[in-house]
Design a protein around this ligand. Structure first.
Ligand SMILES: NC(=O)c1ccc[n+]([C@@H]2O[C@H](COP(=O)([O-])OP(=O)(O)OC[C@H]3O[C@@H](n4cnc5c(N)ncnc54)[C@H](O)[C@@H]3O)[C@@H](O)[C@H]2O)c1
Length: 336
């Protein structure tokens, strides 16, 4: 059994992750690309094989398309993902699900009405190292989690997005909404929810536009840095920092402090997972480097999305989980 896939938005994430991973998936026959900038869809159709839809409506009414990836910029997810669901397509929507919890809940309502599957691309859950950490935590090998510390930072999205310019939508309030909080922070919020089987409830945060400037040389309208203190429903305490101004290598490190030891994730380039036990013993796991902007290996997200359609199962990242993470982002932004 094979079927066709539609991609809305043919910028960087479509090019480096969605299109190559659909191309390699055995169930996918053809990819149909749509972008309001038609040159971008033509370019991806040439690169990966497939067709171009000239209008969104052509994509949504194409009966050969079973599922759609929404890879448009944040402000457009609300319209694209809702329309795609209500046109009878399963949807994999990029994160953040929407630019407000209210809009995200409306998308979730469209999901309910349509009876179609909606998955959100919180891809950090899928790295082999995070999955190994989850397994260790679930088995309670180190006892209960007490505290945690996480960060996600790189040099900023202006060199990543398809326009390669400081005029990027990532820097605009109306389009990005939440700056680095919704761009990088939401990944680690989702990761903490997933690893700890818990939900962040209380937030104290500082955020600011410390260094990035727009195309006019003015400070950007959204935050480029966040630092926060967090408390979960189960009473765990943690800290997190998210940054577009780590002007060195990308930092993806997380530390989970448990009753009997510490789990260090992505602190060391060769040993992605390190367990330090209270008795002084250390276990080092060499698993796999994380996908970064400069290291684009398969995320496994597309395969998981296709599998949930083929096997008629619940998506591994649900809209409810995506909304829970978005609520934390709103608390961060409302915090100062
Ligand atoms: N999961 C991840 O790790 C990850 C990484 C990067 C980006 N993203 C997310 O992916 C989405 C896209 O980001 P990107 O880096 O590819 O940005 P990008 O700027 O490179 O590409 C966005 C594309 O969407 C198109 N687009 C925007 N609005 C549209 C509309 N109304 N109709 C048709 N096309 C439209 C643009 O023309 C552009 O080609 C964002 O939501 C972003 O947060 C996720």
């Amino acid at each position: 059994m094979g079927f066709n896939i539609g991609i809305i938005g043919c910028g960087s994430i479509a090019r480096f992750r969605h299109a190559p991973e659909y191309h390699d998936n055995p169930y996918v026959e053809e990819i149909i690309f749509y972008d309001r900038n038609i040159e971008r869809s033509q370019q991806l159709a040439e690169e990966f094989g497939g067709r171009v839809a000239k209008k969104l409506e052509d994509l949504l009414s194409d009966p050969t398309i079973v599922a759609i990836s929404d890879c448009s910029s944040n402000e457009a997810h609300h319209v694209h993902t809702s329309k795609a669901l209500l046109s009878g397509k399963h949807v994999l929507c990029e994160k953040p699900l929407a630019i407000s919890v209210k809009q995200a809940e409306e998308i979730s309502e469209a999901e309910r009405k349509s009876g179609k599957k909606l998955m959100v691309d919180h891809n950090q859950r899928f790295t082999k190292t995070h999955q190994k950490a989850k397994e260790i935590l679930e088995k309670k090998e180190l006892g209960e989690v007490l505290t945690f510390k996480t960060t996600f930072g790189h040099q900023g999205p202006e060199s990543w997005g398809v326009t390669k310019s400081n005029a990027t939508w990532f820097f605009k309030k109306e389009r990005s909404h939440s700056g680095v909080a919704g761009d990088l922070g939401i990944h680690k919020i989702d990761l903490i929810h997933y690893l700890l089987d818990d939900e962040i409830e209380d937030v104290h945060a500082f955020h600011g536009a410390l260094d990035k400037v727009d195309e006019h040389g003015q400070p950007i309208e959204v935050c480029d840095n966040v630092v926060c203190a967090l408390k979960t429903k189960k009473g765990r305490l943690g800290t997190a920092s998210f940054s577009w101004t780590y002007y060195g290598a990308e930092d993806n490190a997380t530390t989970i402090y448990c009753q009997k030891g510490v789990i260090k994730i992505y602190h060391h380039p060769d040993a992605q997972l390190i367990i330090e036990m209270g008795d002084g013993s250390v276990i080092k796991y060499e698993i796999e480097q994380i996908q970064t902007n400069d290291n684009q290996t398969s995320t496994g997200v597309i395969d998981a999305f296709i599998d949930c359609i083929v096997n008629n199962e619940e998506p591994p990242v649900t809209s409810g989980e995506a909304i829970a993470s978005l609520k934390v982002v709103e608390k961060i932004l409302g915090s100062n």
